[in-house]
Ligand binder design. Structure first.
Ligand SMILES: [Zn+2]
Length: 112
């Protein structure tokens, strides 16, 4: 596959994710993780603002853009969930350790 075609396909996948993300935000009102309503008027800097969560994380083989793998979630819930994903996954019979604790955390609210 030449580079141009490859880049084209990646843009395509990104476009699907973006349009599905907008669809989720437009059609869902409740956080898929904690079950509480999400206030979509909050700015993205607010911990309770709306984000779109991957139900099965991409790192665990979840689909990156399929609407069936996306759900509305509070930013806080999404971060708490992803922070717990220090896990071993199997791809075929190959063992992979996934550790996303390397993600930057901007606040220490996790320690409560
Ligand atoms: Zn929530």
């Amino acid at each position: 596959m030449d580079k141009g075609v490859r880049a084209e396909r990646m843009r395509g996948a990104r476009g699907v994710y973006e349009s599905n993300r907008k669809k989720i935000i437009a059609t869902q009102d409740v956080c898929g993780i904690c079950g509480e309503p999400v206030d979509k008027s909050l700015p993205y800097t607010d911990l309770m603002s709306a984000t779109v969560d991957h139900i099965i994380p991409i790192a665990k083989g979840g689909h990156p853009s399929d609407i069936d793998n996306l759900q509305l979630a509070h930013r806080k819930c999404n971060r708490l969930k992803s922070d717990k994903l220090v896990n071993v996954v199997f791809v075929g019979n190959k063992k992979n350790e996934i550790n996303n604790r390397d993600l930057p955390l901007s606040a220490d609210w996790l320690s409560e």
